[in-house]
Design a protein around this ligand. Structure first.
Ligand code: C2E
Ligand code: MG
Ligand code: MG
Ligand code: MG
Length: 281
């Protein structure tokens, strides 16, 4: 639009642009300080085993409470953290914190941690997973790393090697947001994932849209025949749950069961579910 408005259009927009650039620079500086100032916390959202109807794990979701602006959504600050490289120290903190908190949970509950593709460019990634496990004492099989297609798009070979190194530590690898990528199927051929998380965009229309229902059916069938566990993301209604169960989806996660909760609420939720004294491994 700016182009068609003639030569000096750019100067008209300049004050706004400056404001935008300044706001962004401010946000970036704030983000740079946030870790040291202790402004990050983790929220935990339960994952439910559909057959047993029990909580089988939690996904750690990063929260930033800005001292002035209040909570900033991860969809806003994570891209900024990725562009600035701050995702590396922040991601290492998430790993440490999630492992320490999960090590205090009963039973075999798993903790899932999201990894950004940018973290795969950092040669320390495997080391930081290893040290998070060592420092917390969390058994590796209780840690699950969620990755998105971005990890296998760029630097394919190097990232694939890193994935195999991570797997060799004994941790599980999940493919997040499955079905939203350009070639989700080829990622399944590239790496033997332990879990597929069916994206919320399909889950939200299961049973309503014939297309979404068919896609969910195909994905659960394919995963089952490959020996891969499926988790449905963003389950919000009982009707969705019933359809997902009927399609053989293994695990459920979504507001129907619980929103992401604070670390201090995890044990409460477990005891309300009769899972406070789950036999230790
Ligand atoms: P994700 O990994 O796909 O996480 C699921 C998102 O869906 C979370 O949003 C969760 O709160 C939301 N959600 C769960 N159940 C429902 C539901 O029933 N309905 C709806 N409408 N939403 C639901 P959140 O916490 O805002 O996180 C957004 C994204 O930010 C995550 O998507 C993930 O890609 C990224 N993210 C969050 N924490 C981290 C982190 O520690 N590291 C990295 N690299 N990325 C993170
Ligand atoms: Mg995730
Ligand atoms: Mg997801
Ligand atoms: Mg998603």
């Amino acid at each position: 639009r700016a182009k068609s408005m003639g030569g000096n259009t750019f100067s008209c927009f300049k004050p706004e642009m400056d404001a935008w650039v300044q706001a962004r620079r401010k946000r970036e500086n704030d983000l740079r300080e946030a870790l040291a100032r202790g402004e990050f916390t983790l929220a935990y959202q339960p994952q439910i085993d559909a057959a047993a109807n029990r909580i089988c794990g939690f996904e750690a979701l990063l929260r930033w409470n800005h001292p002035i602006d209040g909570p900033v959504p991860p969809t806003d600050f994570i891209p900024l953290a990725e562009e600035t490289g701050l995702i590396n120290p922040i991601g290492a903190w998430v790993l440490r914190q999630a492992c320490v908190e999960a090590a205090g949970w009963p039973g075999r509950l798993r903790i899932a941690v999201n990894l950004s593709p940018i973290q795969f460019r950092n040669r320390d990634l495997v080391g930081s997973v290893q040290s998070a496990l060592r420092n917390s004492g969390l058994p590796p099989e209780r840690l699950e790393l969620e990755i998105t297609e971005g990890v296998l798009l760029a630097d394919n070979e190097a990232n694939l090697a890193t994935l195999h190194e991570l797997r060799a530590l004994g941790v599980r690898i999940a493919m997040d947001d499955f079905g939203t990528g350009y070639s989700s199927l080829s990622y399944l051929r590239a790496f033997p994932f332990d879990k597929i998380k069916i994206d919320r965009s399909f889950v939200s229309q299961v049973g309503e849209s014939l297309h979404c229902t068919a896609i969910v059916r195909a994905v659960t069938g394919l995963a089952a025949s490959l020996g891969i566990v499926t988790t449905a993301e963003g389950v919000e209604t009982a009707a969705q749950l019933a359809h997902l169960r009927a399609e053989g989806c293994n695990e459920m996660q979504g507001f129907l069961f619980s929103r992401p909760i604070g670390a201090s609420q995890v044990l409460d939720l477990l005891s309300r579910n009769g899972q406070e004294a789950e036999a230790a491994a």
